[in-house]
Ligand binder design. Structure first.
Ligand SMILES: Cc1cc2nc3c(=O)[nH]c(=O)nc-3n(C[C@H](O)[C@H](O)[C@H](O)COP(=O)(O)O)c2cc1C
Length: 195
């Protein structure tokens, strides 16, 4: 009984798995994706969780995963697909990610992802964080991903991101590329449907 209560208190309604979301109806800027597509993953990470997810995504689609500190040499807005990842800090992305997003020239297409570790309201904080990131991307965001990451202060989700989270992240990235290619084959339409 006590165990069940502790479990409920710590993890509440949080589902122990990653969540992937693609946008079904997105306004796509009048721009035609070249083949092959160029993609880049940019991330911030304090304790390595978001880095693991970023690297899984990058590996799956053979593109670079660059920590924010090293981003200066990369013309990130020129990539066909820019994926941006952050840990959730008090329901927000890190200050460095916020600064990066605020200084970003309008990219072609983007996707956002977070890792989060708070019990109970963690998924809601992660959604809020993703919403904030997406808002700064001016309608270019075509997908979002979130999964648990070990919270160094609270000690929650000690095994995450786990193999399944990493596999889900890889699938998410390949799904984004597929969707970019589908809209590319439709052509530079103003309101292409992302399936
Ligand atoms: C200062 C700080 C604030 C955090 N705030 C939240 C939060 O508001 N909600 C949440 O779900 N997790 C929160 N976390 C947990 C992290 O989001 C989580 O552990 C994440 O996976 C860390 O990613 P990283 O290893 O890439 O830094 C916080 C962690 C730290 C260190």
């Amino acid at each position: 009984m006590l165990g069940a209560f502790i479990q409920l208190f710590l993890f509440g309604c949080a589902r122990d798995r990653a969540q992937v979301q693609y946008k079904k109806d997105a306004e796509i800027p009048a721009w035609i994706s070249p083949q092959p597509l160029s993609a880049i993953v940019v991330y911030d990470s304090w304790s390595g969780n978001t880095q693991l997810i970023a690297e899984s995504m990058a590996e799956a689609i053979s593109c670079p995963a660059i920590p924010l500190n090293d981003i200066d040499d990369y013309p990130v807005s020129d990539y066909d697909l820019l994926m941006i990842g952050s840990p959730v800090h008090s329901g927000m992305p890190t200050d460095r990610i916020k600064d990066f997003l605020n200084g970003l020239e309008t990219p072609h297409r983007t996707a956002v992802f977070v890792t989060f570790g708070a019990p109970f309201f963690g998924p809601f904080a992660a959604e809020k964080c993703l919403n904030g990131m997406e808002k700064r991307l001016r309608g270019t965001c075509i997908g979002r991903f979130k999964c648990h990451g070990f919270h160094q202060i609270l000690g929650t989700y000690p095994t995450h991101p786990d193999e399944k989270d990493r596999a889900d992240a890889a699938r998410f990235a390949t799904g984004l590329i597929t969707r970019c290619k589908k809209t590319a084959s439709i052509g530079g339409m103003n309101s292409a449907i992302i399936l």
